[in-house]
Design a protein around this ligand. Structure first.
Ligand code: THU
Length: 131
């Protein structure tokens, strides 16, 4: 089943995290229109402002590979709480994957479903530059 596979790939991606500073290992898995899944993890830097979140790693990787339509985005951290995307990632999701279904996964195997519209109400986007 595709959703189980997506969750497993988000878990696998969290194991690739480069997070020596926060020790907070985040994995993301992005389901494409063609059924393919692209993984992302957070990548930190000693210059903290350069840290990149797992969600953006996955989205940027997908865009760089030529993909444009995204169905689901799963986010996993090995803890009981759900990990919602940060503000920067919400803005990027709004631009690159506005209709995507977002699945927050905890280490109990529970799923919290959300969306760009719920995470970033009254958003600013490309349309605002034209109006
Ligand atoms: N982080 C993510 O990768 N995704 C989130 O949704 C929240 C935060 C990362 C950024 C940083 O490397 C670490 O988690 C702690 O904030």
């Amino acid at each position: 089943m595709k959703e189980k596979e997506l969750i497993n790939q988000a878990i696998a991606a969290s194991k690739m995290a480069y997070a020596p500073y926060s020790k907070f290992h985040v994995g993301a898995a992005l389901l494409l229109e063609n059924g393919e899944i692209i993984q992302g993890c957070n990548v930190e830097n000693a210059s903290y402002g350069l840290c990149n979140c797992a969600e953006r790693t996955a989205l940027f990787t997908a865009i760089a590979a030529g993909h444009k339509k995204f169905i689901k985005l799963a986010v996993y951290v090995d803890r009981a709480a759900f990990t919602p995307p940060c503000g920067a990632c919400r803005q990027v999701i709004h631009e690159l994957a506005p209709g995507v279904e977002i699945l927050l996964i905890n280490n109990r195997g529970e799923i919290k479903r959300t969306s760009d519209a719920e995470l970033l109400p009254l958003s600013f986007g490309s349309a605002d530059l034209e109006a």
